[in-house]
Design a binder for this molecule. Structure first.
Ligand SMILES: Cc1cc2nc3c(=O)[nH]c(=O)nc-3n(C[C@H](O)[C@H](O)[C@H](O)COP(=O)(O)OP(=O)(O)OC[C@H]3O[C@@H](n4cnc5c(N)ncnc54)[C@H](O)[C@@H]3O)c2cc1C
Length: 307
């Protein structure tokens, strides 16, 4: 529990740090695509890697736990809120290093980055079009679509952990299915990344993106409030197929319900609470396990909730 005395001490220490916003009592629901979650007692927005490093070392010297968020498009935040959140969205530089290598701040949204790359005739992550996350979130989650993952184009990642700030090679990152091992193991934070892309014809990339977006709109409930796919796909069969076969499309707890268009999406109809989503997640996985003998693992991250 973060008490007021500690918040005041932290504020005194961090208030003078350049390029760092220090906010208190911030509503989190509007900062997620699910539109669910309580408030953050402390909310830090670093605008440079150095400000991020200063914030993290102050937090750890006071023994204050924190959660990182980017665009909040793959998280479920608890109704009771969180003590401390570090929002990476302020790290938003884009720098061309050579004809095909780009350095990008962790806070840059993919929907801003991909059009920039098209203009430069650079191909490699257009398959991720429609993913509403930041570069940092996409690296941390190794986001992917159409057989392409963020880790495929990453050359190096600027990370901040206990030992400071440094560039880590793709090999060290330990990318796997919707995970970056180094980030999970070391509780590290992605501050930016260098991407190695291929020269291509902008028109051809645009056409590919159009086809990808058409397919997304047809298959996914993109207008609704969700956090994308709730469960990881088991090796044998997509999670959505299992959930649909268990007759759970449209099944709901409170305002949280299983999408009728794509059974691996849970939607917030209006005012769903995190506890509704958690209850629904557990009921879905228990029914799927009973019917098919497969235990679904969540893809989304619970912040302040156990999924
Ligand atoms: C409609 C919709 C469609 C989606 N489609 C896809 C898809 O096709 N493929 C796919 O892979 N995902 C998909 N997603 C999920 C999501 O958009 C991705 O996982 C995205 O990469 C998450 O980025 P974010 O910035 O929103 O991260 P957040 O949701 O803010 O965070 C996700 C996790 O990453 C951690 N994190 C975030 N930033 C950092 C950082 N800089 N350093 C360390 N840890 C960090 C957080 O602590 C949290 O654990 C979809 C989501 C929605 C809502």
């Amino acid at each position: 529990m973060l008490h007021q005395g500690l918040v005041d001490a932290l504020k005194r220490e961090l208030i003078g740090v350049p390029h760092l916003d220090f906010l208190v009592d911030v509503a989190l629901r509007g900062r997620t695509t699910f539109k669910i979650g309580g408030r953050a007692k402390v909310f830090l927005v670093p605008k440079t890697p150095e400000a991020l490093k200063a914030a993290l070392s102050s937090l750890s010297s006071h023994g204050i736990g924190y959660h990182i968020i980017g665009a909040g498009s793959n998280v479920l935040i608890g109704d009771q809120g969180l003590d401390c959140v570090v929002d990476i969205g302020g790290l938003n530089w884009v720098k061309e290093l050579d004809g095909s290598t780009i350095e990008v701040g962790a806070g840059v949204r993919l929907k801003r980055l991909i059009p920039l790359l098209i203009k430069k005739g650079l191909s490699g992550i257009e398959d991720l079009s429609g993913i509403p996350g930041t570069l940092g979130g996409a690296v941390a989650m190794n986001a992917g679509a159409n057989g392409v993952c963020m880790g495929d184009v990453v050359k190096e990642v600027l990370i901040i952990d206990q030992s400071g700030i440094r560039w880590m090679s793709r090999e060290e990152m330990g990318f796997g299915y919707r995970t970056a091992g180094a980030i999970e193991r070391q509780h590290a934070v992605v501050a930016g990344a260098r991407l190695k892309l291929r020269k291509s014809n902008p028109k051809r990339i645009q056409q590919r993106i159009k086809a990808i977006m058409r397919r997304r709109y047809k298959r996914q409930p993109l207008g609704g409030k969700s956090a994308g796919c709730i469960f990881k796909n088991p090796a044998e069969i997509p999670a959505g197929v299992l959930i649909e076969a268990s007759g759970l499309k449209g099944y709901h707890v409170g305002d949280a319900y299983v999408s009728r268009r794509h059974a691996n999406f849970i939607l917030n109809r209006k005012d769903a609470r995190a506890k509704d989503v958690v209850e629904l997640v557990w009921r879905v996985r228990e029914k799927v396990f009973k019917d098919h003998g497969i235990w679904l693992e969540p893809e989304i991250k619970g912040l302040g909730v156990r999924l």
